[in-house]
Design a binder for this molecule. Structure first.
Ligand code: HEC
Ligand code: HEC
Ligand code: HEC
Ligand code: HEC
Length: 114
């Protein structure tokens, strides 16, 4: 699982920065989905022990990266339409831990990932 190894490596690096944000909102993304009535299995289509794939997220969020990007277009940098292509959502959004921003491996963007 290359992705899992990647997540582990990057979360270690971004953990401290992310903790402050998470403390502000009090809950993680999966908790907010649960509060909205989204069940574990709706995200975890591949099984409870696998991180959700982008297709699983897109099933509720527009159907494609293109459609998602249209919805989140604010006329500035659109984090869903970039030169990185179509990465896994979990390169930025996290289910049960602080989010991070893939882009900041190379850039320094001041944006809060939900
Ligand atoms: C079963 C449908 C469903 C699935 C699957 C789903 N979401 Fe959501 N998501 C929602 C709903 C409903 C909302 C709240 C309504 C809104 O703001 O659009 C939401 C809101 C969000 C938000 C913004 C609101 C917040 O609380 O920050 C983000 C970011 C998000 N989802 C990302 C994801 C990611 C990433 C995945 C996959 C790991 C995912 N969603 C899977 C239904 C879903
Ligand atoms: C490169 C990082 C990155 C990736 C990858 C990414 N997102 Fe996001 N996403 C963001 C950021 C940053 C925001 C908040 C700023 C914005 O809305 O542009 C956001 C916001 C959202 C929102 C809330 C939009 C709103 O208007 O409230 C949803 C829903 C969402 N993302 C879903 C997804 C899904 C589904 C995927 C995978 C298909 C995904 N994102 C992949 C960075 C990312
Ligand atoms: C919004 C979608 C979403 C919902 C709802 C959700 N999860 Fe997750 N879950 C994720 C994501 C994304 C990951 C990948 C690691 C992370 O971001 O924390 C994950 C990771 C996990 C993992 C660890 C797997 C691994 O090694 O990465 C477990 C266990 C898990 N979730 C259990 C649950 C349970 C139990 C529920 C219901 C109470 C639930 N999840 C609801 C998105 C979700
Ligand atoms: C592996 C390193 C790397 C990552 C990760 C990365 N970028 Fe870049 N990005 C670059 C380089 C290199 C350039 C070109 C630098 C220049 O011309 O100044 C660039 C240029 C840009 C530009 C300038 C306009 C353009 O398209 O050429 C924007 C905007 C941008 N990146 C946004 C992003 C966003 C948003 C993300 C996250 C989804 C991201 N980048 C992830 C390396 C990266």
């Amino acid at each position: 699982m290359r992705l899992t190894a990647f997540i582990a490596a990057v979360s270690a690096a971004t953990f401290l920065a992310g903790t402050a944000c998470a403390a502000e909102s009090g809950k993680f993304l999966a908790d907010r989905h649960a509060a909205g009535g989204v069940k574990c299995e709706s995200c975890h289509k591949a099984g409870p022990k696998e991180a959700p794939k982008k297709e699983d997220c897109l099933a509720c969020h527009g159907g494609s990266y293109k459609a998602l990007a249209e919805k989140t277009d604010k006329g500035d940098i659109n984090y869903h339409a970039t030169h990185v292509g179509e990465p896994e959502c979990t390169q930025c959004h996290q289910g049960h831990k602080p989010p991070r921003l893939l882009c900041d491996q190379c850039h320094e963007f001041q944006v809060k990932v939900p």
